[in-house]
Design a protein around this ligand. Structure first.
Ligand code: CDP
Ligand code: MG
Length: 709
């Protein structure tokens, strides 16, 4: 039977398809552990709250024919509504812990709102990811069902997208956006309740918000201003660590989970992507059509590839099984598409969701009975010693593995297929390292400085490594954002840099652009780099795509190529853009997103009074301008034909996807590092090394860089 998988692709050997799972059924149980004495345990007491009827059920899981109000009442959190409200009333700070899907994110803000605990203020609910903020806000606005749509009582705010109004009382926003609001008002006065959701994710932004919100609450108390309630929520976290930091009580919501059988592979799988597809078809042949499947992979490209493979293979007459509907789910998707994962599928059709770790805890899709866990995740990590901030696909932690497993046991008993061996599982780290301990801190350090806080004196839950803080200060100093490394006082440029929702290196590029007369070009490049790739690269059409892409090609490299593609796209009339994108293998969603981002960045530039300018075809100006922000991201060709970074002397290679791969320019500027077996540089521009002397003479001197070709 396994021979069927030969259909998949020529490049994979047969052995990859004959996956043998060693069934080791174990019962999945709540991994939160026994409640510590401090916790308040809420039992399933009967809550008698009259809830108005509504017949809308448009956005719920596919197997559910209940009305929205019936669904709300069925959620575990509903049983505890009164007790919860009572606790929230009595405590200024509270930690709420409850199984994923029990209704924390969608229900608790509504409970607070209907009990008017927010008084005249707003309830903010932070999410680490935009996809969650948007989809949950949309759901909650339907649940409230007061006739007004999203953006009225319930709104959302994510980077480059705001759907709110003066009526908005419940605001779902990314943690990054709340942090930006804190720059304008560090006491966050427009909010009376702040819910820090998914606290276990420990993104840099959440970690910084912990300290900012805690401080805002304290200062508001001291100054007798409107008090601020703080609620920290999660499905899984180190409760003792959190309750010690926030000095508060923990409420433990009992949820429902069903046993999940766990299967490990017999042998390690190098090609986990193919193994996921193979496993899916194994399930697909046997399981009834109404059992949905959730596959965890790492990022957009991989997810789109698997979605495509499954769609294609499912149509093959040799593959037995019901028809399938396959949905991708990842952060950079447009909101309209993200909502689709919640939609019903026709009867006798299997629903498959291929997702990043966003479906781990932030988003719950009902009806999932089988989880396929690749065991991998894409994370950004920074190494102060190498100076490189790299996107890396790496193994998940055991905590994440358990969360993924739990997704299969939401509605009834389920199965979780781990694409790794039991031994590999045991070797995984217990929990994920907080982002603050592994990321480039320059954005956060800059944001804190604009709040007049020095990162070294900030009340972090876990202090970031000293070297990371030091290198962030060093970087900001070299960018001209601070007066000197010690005082950390922002310069005028630094204050302007903090206004952009960007890495300071990219804000610097925009703020320098008028000196090079290339603001239009810089805006385009920075906007495109802020999203996912605009180029589609279907492997089956490689030659065709390469031939077509020639017209955008630039000997100066990828950034200019992006610029060329964008320029041509804007020249196409509105009506023809879709077909133009299709013809040129351009991802229409991503290029549309880039256009929106560009408009917003242009708006901030106008506010900073940066005059509009364009350099036409003089690409030297653009290349120099890129260097004003990215001078630490330069590599030189070595005698042995490899590349070495000028900043910290790291050996690197040009990624094969670069348009100048194969040419060996003496100096290149890069914007992305991908770490696999080697350290690859992606998105490149060739530069002249003498420009460094002209643009950043101090840096050249400090690093002792030889600026002769
Ligand atoms: O936050 P928590 O994990 O506790 O749960 P939640 O996000 O509040 O989700 C509660 C329920 O609402 C789940 O059963 C979800 O499937 C459902 N939901 C939905 O149907 N559509 C959405 N857009 C969001 C949630
Ligand atoms: Mg939630």
């Amino acid at each position: 039977m396994d021979s069927k998988y030969d259909l998949m692709s020529g490049k994979c050997s047969n052995s990859k398809f004959s996956l043998k799972f060693k069934p080791t059924p174990i019962v999945f149980h709540n991994k939160n552990g026994p409640p510590s004495p401090k916790k308040i345990k809420l039992n399933n007491s009967k809550a008698e709250i009259p809830i108005p009827n509504s017949n809308s059920n448009s956005n719920f899981g596919n197997k559910c024919k209940l009305s929205i109000q019936e669904q709300k009442r069925k959620l575990p959190v509903f049983q505890n509504r009164n007790k919860l409200l009572d606790l929230i009333k009595r405590h200024q700070t509270l930690i709420i812990l409850g199984e994923t899907g029990c209704g924390k994110t969608t229900q608790i803000p509504q409970y607070i709102y209907s009990a008017r605990l927010q008084n005249n203020g707003r309830i903010a609910v932070t999410q680490p990811r935009r996809v969650a903020a948007i989809s949950i806000a949309t759901r909650v606005s339907q649940e409230i069902g007061n006739g007004a749509g999203i953006g009225d009582t319930v709104g959302y705010l994510v980077r480059f997208e705001e759907v709110t109004s003066k009526n908005t009382k419940i605001l779902y926003l990314t943690d990054g956006m709340l942090l930006r609001e804190a720059i304008v008002d560090n006491l966050l006065m427009q909010y009376t309740v702040i819910i820090l959701d998914e606290a276990h994710e420990r993104t840099i932004h959440t970690d910084v918000l912990f300290g900012i919100v805690k401080n805002a609450q304290k200062v508001r108390d001291e100054r007798k201003l409107t008090p601020l309630k703080v609620i920290i929520m999660s499905a899984t976290m180190d409760v003792d660590h959190f309750s010690k930091y926030f000095e508060c009580k923990v409420v433990y919501l009992e949820g429902r989970t069903y046993p999940v059988n766990i299967f490990y592979t017999k042998a390690p799988q190098d090609d986990y992507q193919t193994a996921c597809v193979a496993t899916f078809f194994k399930i697909h042949r046997q399981a009834p059509a109404d059992e949905d499947v959730l596959i965890f992979l790492t990022g957009q490209e991989e997810i789109e590839a698997v979605v495509h493979q499954i769609r294609l293979l499912a149509k093959d007459p040799e593959v037995n099984g019901p028809p399938v509907r396959v949905y991708p789910l990842y952060a950079s998707q447009p909101s309209s598409q993200q909502i689709c994962v919640f939609q019903s599928v026709p009867e006798n059709t299997r629903k498959v969701i291929v997702s990043t770790n966003v479906a781990e805890t932030s988003i719950t899709i009902s009806g999932v009975k089988h989880v396929i866990d690749s065991g991998m995740v894409k994370v950004r990590s920074y190494h102060p010693t190498t100076g490189l901030d790299a996107l890396k696909v790496q193994r998940i932690s055991q905590e994440q593995a358990w969360q993924r497993t739990g997704r299969a046991g939401r509605v009834s008993e389920g199965n979780c297929y781990r694409i790794y061996t039991k031994f590999q599982f045991e070797c995984l780290q217990k929990s994920t390292m907080p982002e603050i301990e592994r990321c480039n801190l320059s954005t956060v350090v800059l944001q804190l400085l604009s709040l007049e806080i020095h990162a070294a004196h900030f009340d972090f839950m876990d202090k970031p490594p000293k070297e990371s803080v030091a290198s962030a200060f060093e970087q900001l100093n070299m960018l001209g954002a601070i007066e000197d490394v010690d005082s950390g006082k922002l310069t005028e440029l630094g204050t302007q840099m903090a206004l952009f929702p960007l890495d300071p290196r990219f804000s610097k590029i925009l703020l320098s652009a008028s000196n090079y007369g290339c603001l239009e070009e810089a805006l385009t490049i920075v906007a495109i780099l802020s999203g996912e790739s605009i180029f589609l690269n279907p492997p089956a059409k490689r030659d065709q795509v390469q031939a077509l892409r020639q017209k955008f090609y630039s000997a100066y490299g990828d950034h200019i190529m992006l610029l060329n593609a964008f320029r041509e796209y804007t020249n196409v009339s509105q009506n023809n853009r879709r077909s133009w994108c299709h013809e040129h293998y351009i991802n229409i969603r991503n290029i549309t997103y880039a256009r929106e981002v560009r408009a917003q960045l242009a708006d901030i530039c106008r506010k900073c009074q940066i005059p509009a300018s364009s350099c036409g075809s003089n690409m030297d100006q653009v290349r120099k301008c890129l260097l004003t922000g990215l001078f630490t991201n330069v590599a030189e060709l070595h005698r042995d034909r490899s590349y070495i970074t000028l900043d910290k002397r790291q050996i690197v290679s040009i990624h094969p996807s670069s348009c100048i791969h194969g040419q060996k320019p003496p100096y290149i500027l890069f914007t992305e590092v991908v770490q696999t077996s080697k350290c690859y540089l992606r998105s490149l521009t060739t530069i002249n090394v003498e420009w460094l002397l002209e643009i950043v003479p101090d840096y050249v001197r400090i690093r002792n860089i030889k600026c002769v070709d």
